[in-house]
Ligand binder design. Structure first.
Ligand code: 6PG
Length: 244
């Protein structure tokens, strides 16, 4: 099947078109994974950009094209807040997607952000090892890893200048982000390197400068992500400073 998506940059007219194409990519990844091994593992990103995608996936137009009982959701990072907090990435996904689809609770692998950060990180590493039946600290082969891009070039909760950027062994760490004055729990670069498809979703004019910096090769966390296949889906506002 010819995919309309190519590794590297894919630009769409606006956020809605970006989200619709991201939904089609999600479904294509689901179909491939389930046809090959009977289940689909998707790493969800936080922040605002993916929410339109999550609502679309839960909508009548798309929801029926995914067998949710064969779909497993994981998170790339989490704030150190209770799961019902408006700050929680899990809570945002629950409101926009999980509460609107018929998915078994055991398929929702949230980061237990109510625990102490280090404990939550270690527990999530165990969750990944047990679900993917891997040796300790072996990078999980996520079928799809959705990633966001912060204006400062962070992705997951791998912020510039933070300790987690240098982590080469662990899969999940507690990362203190002085710029936020807060702890975050984040997957590391190692944890996403075996993802079959890593897909950045980038929308809006406030991301144009940082997207250009990443594509110009500036040393930013998002630019250090490696995966088996790496896709960037951006709307025209975010891609405005990129040369054709
Ligand atoms: C988070 C996210 C983070 C996000 C970027 C972009 O916890 O905030 O995981 O990495 O993807 O900050 O966020 P926006 O989509 O809101 O710009």
């Amino acid at each position: 099947m010819h995919s309309p998506f190519r590794q590297g940059l894919n630009v769409y007219p606006d956020g809605r078109a970006l989200s619709k194409n991201a939904a089609l990519l999600f479904i294509a990844c689901f179909e491939k994974a389930v046809s090959e091994k009977g289940f689909f593992s998707a790493l969800l990103s936080g922040g605002a950009t993916p929410l339109q995608l999550y609502f679309l996936l839960a909508s009548k137009e798309y929801s029926g094209r995914v067998q949710w009982e064969k779909t497993h959701f994981f998170w790339g990072d989490e704030r150190c807040v209770p799961p019902e907090s408006p700050e929680s990435n899990f809570n945002a996904a629950r409101q926009s997607l999980l509460s609107r689809i018929d998915i078994p609770p055991e398929n929702i692998h949230r980061i237990k952000s109510e625990l102490a950060p280090d404990e939550a990180a270690r527990q999530y590493e165990n969750e990944l090892a047990s679900f993917f039946d891997l040796g300790p600290l072996a990078p999980p082969p996520f079928d799809l890893a959705l990633l966001g891009l912060g204006k400062d070039g962070h992705t997951l909760s791998l912020f510039p200048g933070t300790k987690a950027l240098e982590e080469t062994e662990r899969l999940v760490v507690a990362n203190h982000v002085s710029a936020l004055g807060a702890w975050r729990i984040s997957l590391t670069f190692k944890a996403v390197q075996e993802a079959k498809k890593a897909v950045f979703l980038v929308s809006g004019k406030d991301k144009a400068a940082v997207l250009k910096d990443v594509f110009d090769g500036k040393d930013l966390p998002a630019g250090r992500v490696r995966a088996k296949e790496l896709f960037w889906l951006a709307d025209s506002e975010a891609a405005a400073l990129l040369k054709d």
